[in-house]
Write a protein that binds this ligand. Structure first.
Ligand code: 5GP
Length: 192
């Protein structure tokens, strides 16, 4: 999506070879107009695919996921990061390893908001190593729902997330694909 690529070039900060900061329009301050257009683009890609709910992981995925959910006319379910100790029969839980923080967390969804009749689209801000998306997929499958795909705003194409997901037969749709980062350098995959 040209609009997003231009915004990343104008305001994104490549902190290192691995980390892209987009705090001024996605992760800290949010640009609602851009978010709305990105949500529409995602919805357009998945229109007619029988999606019943969108799922995202709190908290950075909520803004794009909400916009996509509104455009598709389906509810948004937020997968919550919660402590593991609670043993509750009405919850599905799985452990996810966080790439940016180098920590693990428990991902949780209430059985009230997902069922075997659901066909779910996962939306997040970034795809890097695919740990978050893989955790979300595992959780959704525990509830016997099916996965329509994983859609992200920014894919770091030099990291193995897409490959990992596609190996499992998951459709991956990203709005911007970054091919290289370095201090002050941001390059995109050239799509033909
Ligand atoms: P993964 O699980 O695919 O390795 O990482 C995905 C999660 O890590 C995203 O939800 C995002 O919050 C965070 N993340 C990964 N790489 C970056 C990055 O370069 N910049 C920012 N802001 N977040 C990232």
């Amino acid at each position: 999506m040209k609009l997003l690529e231009d915004k990343i070039l104008a305001e994104g900060i490549a902190e290192s070879e691995n980390i892209l900061k987009v705090d001024s329009f996605i992760n800290h301050q949010v640009d609602p107009e851009l978010m709305k257009k990105m949500g529409k683009d995602i919805a357009e890609h998945y229109k007619g695919k029988g999606i019943t709910r969108i799922a995202t992981i709190e908290s950075s995925g909520i803004a794009p996921a909400l916009m996509a959910a509104e455009a598709l006319g389906v509810p948004l379910v937020i997968l919550k990061k919660q402590p593991s100790k609670i043993l509750n029969h009405d919850l599905y839980q799985t452990v996810v390893t966080s790439y940016t923080k180098g920590t693990s967390y428990e991902l949780t969804i209430s059985a009230k908001y997902i069922s075997e009749n659901d066909h779910i689209l996962i939306v997040d801000d970034f795809l890097a190593n695919g740990e978050a998306a893989t955790g979300a997929i595992r959780l959704i499958r525990k509830a016997h729902a099916t996965i329509a795909g994983v859609s992200v705003l920014i894919e770091k194409a030099f990291q193995p997330g897409r490959e990992k997901l596609e190996e499992q037969g998951i459709d991956v749709y990203s709005l911007a694909r970054v091919s290289r980062l370095d201090k002050g350098v941001i390059e995109f995959v050239k799509e033909d």
